[in-house]
Design a protein around this ligand. Structure first.
Ligand code: URP
Ligand code: ZN
Length: 457
């Protein structure tokens, strides 16, 4: 007995085709016309698109940032993902000082187990390195199905690694087929600029952006790519925020270096004018890198069009305004960095990309699902609508409308950075491995998410 989604248009990263889709058990069994068999459940989807479930390659659920923990854990964060059309997240299992990578993964497995409403994988985030850590890292694809490691070039004395570690880790990863995710900002410059602002009595949240100008991102991207050139290691630059940083990546791609770029909805849709809001309101937009200019937004859209950007992550790292962002009321450097967005990533890109005529349907699927699934070794189980793939399917009604608001969101955080934005199109149904998991924005059933092993490409 199967489920037949009938009357829709199937969209993949390569094609747009009027077809029906039949699900049997957890997988896609058939794609075509006249698929209904006796006993099948028929779901009319006329006028809708069928998209592969979203794959969000960049979340931080249940992350302790030293003194405060993100507002969303795996339970609330994954519910929000599902409500918005995302069926897989890849979260950063972050090494603690003095701890190992294996410890970090063990901690993250416990955080996620039995709580996730979507399927999930992990990257490890490495902040301390020695021979033992490099050894562990080498084994992760086989032992844990973890095929990516993140290195931070910022957050001095907390997460930041130096160039020597970048070199060593990239050498190891090149050998093992592990993808290196890079947070590119020069943490030393940021540390000094931050200290100078505070010494001069400039304590407001606008100073966060002032201490992290575009050039600190540009320099870090350039330096990282020098190490890619030395090692030949494939890298994925997370949350690219500026047109200049992207142009350096583009030039490296043209020279044949193995580098991919991710951006996020916040860098496409929000800009630095939000740091001029009255009072402490700007703290809601304290994230790293900070928001940039409209010119940068246009550069990122151009990069999407030209294929320089392969993936859209939410970088969901939510902190309540009350009690959490407020920790930095007297000193911007104490504002926890990050914004919520896992729930809105999919719908925002459809609205501002497809509905606004900026990108094609195929490009949309590529950015929100297929691109990240491919990069992180989950394709074609995830990120695909093809026979044999997991039946993670979004029935998307392009005629639907909603207004993004904290009042109606599923995310467990007290604001929404996109408050009042109109979303064009809504997820009518979301299937996770063949099971109806969300309908009309409401979650159906419990946390059935399963851990997904990545495969070295
Ligand atoms: O501000 C941000 N992006 N916080 C999350 C951690 C990171 O830098 O990705
Ligand atoms: Zn992040």
């Amino acid at each position: 007995m199967g489920i037949v989604l009938q009357g829709a248009t199937i969209v993949t990263s390569e094609s747009v085709e009027r077809s029906d889709l039949r699900i049997v058990g957890e997988t896609i069994a058939e794609i075509g016309l006249d698929l209904v068999q006796p006993g099948d459940q028929l779901i009319p989807a006329d006028g809708c698109y069928l998209f592969p479930g979203g794959v969000d390659p960049h979340t931080h659920f249940d992350l302790d940032v030293g003194g405060t923990v993100t507002a969303d854990d795996f339970f609330s964060g994954s519910r929000a993902a599902l409500a918005g059309g995302t069926t897989t997240v890849i979260d950063y299992a972050t090494q603690s000082r003095g701890g190992s990578l294996v410890d970090a993964l063990a901690v993250w497995r416990v955080k996620a187990a039995g709580k996730s409403f979507v399927d999930y994988g992990f990257h490890v985030a490495l902040c301390e390195c020695n021979e033992a850590v490099l050894e562990e890292l080498s084994g992760l694809p086989e032992t844990d199905g973890v095929v990516s490691v993140k290195l931070y070039m910022a957050y001095k004395n907390v997460l930041q690694v130096d160039d020597g570690i970048l070199l060593q880790v990239m050498r190891t990863c090149r050998e093992r087929g592990i993808l290196v995710c890079l947070h590119c900002e020069n943490g030393d410059l940021i540390e000094t600029l931050t200290g100078e602002a505070i010494a001069a009595g400039r304590f407001g949240p606008d100073q966060h952006a002032a201490a992290r100008p575009e050039v600190v991102e540009v320099e870090a991207v350039f330096r990282a790519l020098a190490i890619v050139e030395l090692t030949g290691c494939p890298v994925y630059v997370v949350h690219v925020s500026s047109a200049r940083a992207l142009s350096i990546i583009e030039a490296a791609q043209r020279r044949g270096l193995p580098v991919w770029a991710e951006t996020c909805p916040q860098y496409l849709l929000l800009d630095e004018s939000l740091y001029r809001l009255a009072g402490f309101e700007s703290a809601k937009y304290v994230m790293s890198p900070p928001l940039r200019t409209r010119y940068d937004q246009e550069g990122l859209w151009r990069g999407i069009g030209e294929g320089v950007v392969c993936s859209l992550g939410s970088d969901h790292c939510s902190f309540n305004f009350r009690g959490q962002k407020e920790l930095g009321r007297e000193d911007f450097s104490r504002i926890p960095n990050g914004i919520p967005g896992v729930e809105n990533r999919f719908g925002l890109l459809f609205s501002s990309g497809v509905a606004a005529g900026r990108i094609s349907l195929q490009k949309f699927v590529s950015l929100v699902s297929t691109g990240p699934a491919r990069r992180f070794g989950l394709y074609p189980g995830k990120g695909a609508l093809q026979v044999g793939s997991d039946a993670d399917v979004v029935v998307w009604d392009p005629a639907g409308r909603s207004v993004i608001s904290v009042r109606s969101q599923t995310q467990r955080v007290d604001y929404n950075a996109y408050e009042g934005f109109e979303q064009i199109g809504v997820p009518r149904q979301v299937f996770l491995r063949g099971r109806l998991a969300a309908e009309a924005g409401k979650i159906c059933g419990g946390p059935h998410g399963k851990y997904q092993q990545g495969h070295v490409r």
